[in-house]
Design a protein around this ligand. Structure first.
Ligand code: KG4
Ligand code: ZN
Length: 348
């Protein structure tokens, strides 16, 4: 049996988990900073790294205690090395190096996106997970939108990605414009309930490459709409500041329209790619895969089974980092103590 202690601090969650054989979650601790960042309307990087420093020791201790294990039973220490915020990543990487050195354990640097993808291999039910390759993975998070073809473990072909904003970023920016607060995805999903997704004609972007995505036009269209309703206000709406909601702003209709536009674009391109590449399954990953409409539409419109993690494994966590690290462990891929953070690390 292989036991991995995994650490994740790439953005605003301080997380640690103990994972057995890349599948079994012995513990999964996440200290969220959402309440702290909410007042800034988004993640404040310096505050995030400070909070990681304050929380990391306790979070790791809790993960070890909840797993009822000690370091003699741990085979490796894994940590997110990128992509993410540099100051945040550094806290996790330094903690992992310290532990690995002190406990004489191998160190495994993990790509955060690979973590999201491997969240689909974590066992949450009674049966072990069996994924049949080739699979298509749609990673949709606050910073990324990538369509990845996987023919085997660790084998990634990027079919397409966003050329501007990520899907989660689009949700977050629109939420700001609508005065819905942070994080935007769950807020837009909630506000969309009862709204008419066809009330406004929101744009669908075309991209040069068939599997690329583009969401920045959507944000601009919503900005224009909000401005139309805010004519009485002296200063123009500014995308960088939360908009004071005009009284008559049809928030539910706009939220429903935006959610539909994002989900429809994601489902359409995923469906086309799934068919063209003859994949056996489609896997969703990342914070936006928590979205109810996305899950429902993917399952309804794709000709192959669709798999997605439970909500608590969609958003950032360390269990997924442990699942991805296990594959590196099996291949004998370890990091040395020169391991550095790579804020703009790509999957390939
Ligand atoms: O994967 P994640 O926790 O962090 C990153 O690696 O970025 O993703 C966070 C993103 C945020 O943009 C958030 O608004 C979005 O996931 N999100 C959602 C939902 N829950 C979280 N977007 C749409 N619907 C949701 N229910
Ligand atoms: Zn993430």
């Amino acid at each position: 049996m292989t036991t991995i202690l995994a650490i994740e601090t790439s953005c605003d969650e301080t997380a640690a988990a103990v994972i057995e054989n890349g599948q079994i979650i012995k513990s999964n601790i996440v200290a969220s900073q959402i309440e702290i960042h909410r007042r800034y309307g988004g993640v404040f990087p310096e505050v995030a790294s400070r909070q990681h420093i304050l929380a990391i020791d306790t979070v790791i201790r809790d993960a070890m205690a909840q797993a009822n294990t000690d370091f003699s039973a741990v085979d490796a220490v894994a940590v997110t090395r990128g992509p993410g915020l540099v100051g945040s990543l550094l806290v996790g990487v330094n903690a992992a190096k310290g532990l690995a050195l002190a406990q004489n354990l191998p160190l495994i640097g993990v790509n955060h996106l690979e973590g999201h993808l491997y969240s689909n291999w974590l066992q949450t039910g009674s049966k072990p997970v069996e994924v049949v390759f080739p699979v298509l993975v749609l990673i949709v998070s606050g910073g990324h939108t990538e369509l990845v073809l996987m023919r085997g473990h660790g084998d990634y072909e990027i079919l397409g990605r966003t050329i501007d904003d990520a899907a989660g970023e689009a949700f977050d920016k629109v939420a700001r414009l609508l005065g819905l607060g942070y994080p935007g995805g769950p807020a837009v999903q909630k506000a969309a309930v009862g709204g008419d997704p066809t009330a406004f004609n929101l744009p669908r972007a075309t991209t040069k490459r068939p599997y690329d995505f583009s969401f920045s036009g959507l944000k601009t269209a919503v900005l224009r709409l909000v401005q139309r309703y805010q004519k009485s206000l002296k200063r123009p709406a500014d995308a960088a500041k939360p908009a004071p909601a005009a009284d008559n702003l049809p928030v539910a209709d706009i939220a429903a329209g935006v959610q539909w536009a994002i989900v429809d674009a994601l489902v359409q391109k995923t469906a086309t790619a799934a068919e063209s590449f003859g994949v056996k399954e489609v896997l969703l990953a990342g914070g936006v895969s928590a979205n109810g409409l996305l899950r429902e539409q993917m399952s309804a419109r794709l000709g192959v089974p669709v798999r997605y993690p439970p909500i608590f494994l969609c958003t950032d966590n360390a269990a997924m980092i442990g699942a991805a690290a296990y594959r590196h462990f099996l291949r004998g891929e370890f990091s040395d103590f020169g391991l550095d953070v790579t804020p703009n690390l790509r999957l390939r």
